[in-house]
Design a protein around this ligand. Structure first.
Ligand code: SF4
Ligand code: SF4
Length: 286
């Protein structure tokens, strides 16, 4: 419940430009210079800030600024502090998928070989966010934001569709790309009703970056190995089927905390953790 409140609050704050929804316009004020921590389309009529993945592609594709230390530094700062806690608690598109998952129909867990689908998001990050914007450029030397252009369902659902609803004349300009993106968005919406957060697990390049940072972030899940009996109840509870008791820094864990209260021995804790200094050999012997 606490997490749902934080998620709802974050989604509202991130998209507080209500006027934009009513008028079908995009806010372009000074807050747009700031990236929000979660995936939230720049062109969403409600968006007050910029999407970190959209900004990263924009600077990589820009003739002048191939690497922006501001954008990459901000992503590293967010991820270095909180890792995928951002996915679990702050990302508006994560919340949308969780609400769709509440629709009472048969659910499927991504188990066994299906877990390998998670590697796709690293390919998406490498190809669509970095390589294409960097190297496929137009005559003026500008690359296009390939992830936003060809894939991002958040952009379709949060930006394209509300803007078209507010101004139907925009429909005159749509072509095959629009239909491709609507098909991807539709696939994400339908699969979100059956699978828990499929976009975050399979396609999201921001989740891929924050997942890597889960290993070193200040916010950590921790298992007290003296208390843990390897009963596996935490994994049963986890909608992402993570063996958190074996791998507390898993790149897939969104730090939702739902496994914590089910542990019969209270072996799981989470929060800002400063790494302990390794013990000296003498200490270990004692
Ligand atoms: S539920 Fe607790 S005791 Fe059981 S495996 Fe998970 S961390 Fe260990
Ligand atoms: S391991 Fe625990 S905190 Fe991580 S996603 Fe699963 S239930 Fe949430």
């Amino acid at each position: 419940m606490k997490r749902k409140i934080v998620q709802a609050f974050s989604a509202i704050i991130t998209n507080a430009n209500i006027q934009g929804f009513l008028k079908g316009t995009i806010y372009k004020g000074k807050f747009k210079n700031i990236c929000v921590p979660g995936l939230n389309c720049y062109s969403c009529p409600g968006a007050l800030g910029s999407c970190p993945i959209g900004s990263l592609q924009a600077v990589l594709g820009s003739y002048k600024y191939k690497i922006s230390f501001y954008v990459s530094g901000l992503i590293l700062l967010f991820g270095g502090l909180l890792g995928r806690w951002i996915c679990g608690w702050l990302c508006p598109f994560g919340l949308l998928q969780e609400l769709l998952y509440k629709i009472p129909i048969k659910k499927v867990k991504l188990k066994g070989n299906l877990q390998k689908l998670r590697w796709i998001k690293y390919v998406v990050l490498a190809v669509f966010v970095i390589i294409l914007p960097l190297f496929v450029t137009n005559i003026a030397g500008y690359g296009s934001p390939a992830f936003c252009k060809y894939i991002c369902p958040a952009g379709t659902i949060e930006a394209a569709l509300p803007l078209i609803l507010a101004d139907s004349s925009l429909l005159l300009g749509v072509g095959w790309l629009f239909f491709l993106k609507v098909s991807i968005a539709l696939a994400v919406v339908i699969s979100s009703m059956i699978i828990f957060r499929p976009f975050c697990r399979i396609l999201c390049p921001l989740g891929a970056i924050y997942g890597w940072l889960n290993k070193i972030s200040l916010y950590q899940m921790e298992i007290d190995t003296d208390l843990c009996t390897s009963c596996g109840r935490c994994q049963e509870q986890c909608k992402l089927d993570i063996e958190i008791y074996k791998n507390p820094t898993s790149a897939e864990c969104i730090r939702c905390g739902e496994c914590i209260p089910v542990c019969p021995t209270q072996a799981i804790t989470s929060g800002i953790k400063f790494r302990k200094k390794p013990q000296s050999t003498e200490d270990k012997i004692i």
